[in-house]
Design a protein around this ligand. Structure first.
Ligand code: IMP
Ligand code: MG
Length: 179
């Protein structure tokens, strides 16, 4: 039987080990280095979840670049309009910049669709997305994602920056909810 850990009331087991995550992140960085040769991208890492992925990715980025960190606040506007996401912390101008968003996981995709819409309104020269995980079955609307680390099943995961009600972001491996 696999060893499990308990976080709050739930049990999780190792799903993707740190070494596998980091090997894949290095490969994503290589693709970005090739695609952005001669350019100077500005990475926008979405807090809190992407901090570990962002740090690991940046260690293998060799093109000249900048990074800054954003938050997305989310609140229910009305029943009919659903959730509203507001970008907080972007003080740099992104006009005419090559922007790469760094996100931990794309689940329904609704957060990323809204982030992209708001950033595109500020006229960057290009906008692409690097996400460590995606759950293709959970996607509610089609969305273009240039760099995907792992496509995973539609199950709740934890660790490597991702939390369950605040806990577990420090775990070095990715865990999945035990059945
Ligand atoms: P979306 O708008 O449904 O794509 O939500 C994306 C956000 O939900 C991510 O940035 C995560 O913060 C959170 N999230 C989605 N799935 C998981 C998961 O399996 N574990 C932890 N957080 C998740
Ligand atoms: Mg997140």
């Amino acid at each position: 039987m696999k060893s499990t850990i308990q976080v709050h009331d739930k049990h999780f087991e190792v799903f993707i080990e740190q070494s596998v995550l980091e090997k894949r992140i290095t490969a994503l960085a290589s693709s970005i280095n090739q695609d952005y040769a001669g350019k100077q991208p500005l990475f926008l890492a979405i807090l809190n979840g992407s901090f570990m992925f962002a740090a690991e990715l940046m260690k293998s980025i060799t093109v000249s670049c900048e990074i800054t960190f954003l938050r997305v606040s989310s609140y229910q506007a009305t029943e009919s309009t659903g959730k509203v996401h507001q970008i907080l912390g972007l003080s740099e101008s992104i006009e005419n910049r090559d922007i790469i968003i760094i996100e931990d996981i794309i689940d329904t995709g609704l957060t990323m669709i809204e982030i992209k819409k708001q950033l595109l309104a500020q006229n960057p020269s290009s906008l692409s997305v690097a996400t460590l995980f995606q759950k293709p079955e959970a996607l509610k609307q089609p969305i273009e994602i240039e760099y995907i680390g792992f496509e995973i099943e539609n199950k709740f995961v934890l660790g490597y920056g991702l939390d369950y009600d605040g806990l577990g972001r420090n775990l070095a491996d990715l865990y999945v909810l035990s059945e």
